[in-house]
Design a protein around this ligand. Sequence first.
Ligand code: SF4
Length: 277
Amino acid sequence: MKVVLADHAGACYGVQRALDLADAALREDETAYTLGPLIHNPQVVASLAQRGARVVEQADQVDGGTVIVRSHGVTPQERAELERRAEKVVDATCPHVARAQKAAAKLAELGCVLVVGEPGHPEVAALREYARAAGARVHVVLDPADLPADLPACVGVVVQTTQRAETLRAVMDALEQRGIRTQVKDTICAATTERQAAAEKLATQVDAMVVIGGKNSSNTTRLAEICALHCSRTFHVESAAEVHAALFADGDTVGVTAGASTPEDQITSVVNALRRL
Ligand code: SF4
């Protein structure tokens, strides 16, 4: 069996930065809170928990100590609450996400902002709240069918950093067909597009694809969806424990990619497990 790694795969700049900041915070302070998981990778979150990181679901559960703001960012209301309740706030919001938050607030000048992204995703919730806090009416859309019937003549559009360019294009086409003018901040991150393009290319060349990363990771799930369009035997795994011989055939060429929230050691361990089959 031949194993080929995608040209761009694994932990991006923003995730690596968040991990480095968390590592430094946990060296200084034995207990540090994160609001929601620091990154969408259960294995990494479990290992941080062993070192004293405590995941809380609400900002009002923080009581003193250090709090690390995750790479996806937080809403302005959550940030204010964390600053009130913690002794120290370590801001691990990815600079690209922070740029998208600023863009959402700026677009609020138009009165109506569309956030193209997954409803319920923490990054999207923060983008929505930044635009709302700046006075806009906000709609989260993932598909042209989500567009409300009563949109004004001009809207601002901002995008979840891990969205597919096709999703944005479909929404833009639908707005154009309705004659609605737009001001667009394409905040899709290059790390996302590079990983998606490399995964797509590899998926067309192999017999099976293995996509490594948290099942709760939006960018990894998107990579798996893209690969499945071109390679019917696409497997989304979180660790080497999910790599079984029964999934593959002798002589298969297996492509491997990994989400932006997947650290190098997880990729190495899955690649080694595949090579051992
Ligand atoms: S995918 Fe891009 S925006 Fe998201 S954390 Fe990584 S570098 Fe930042």
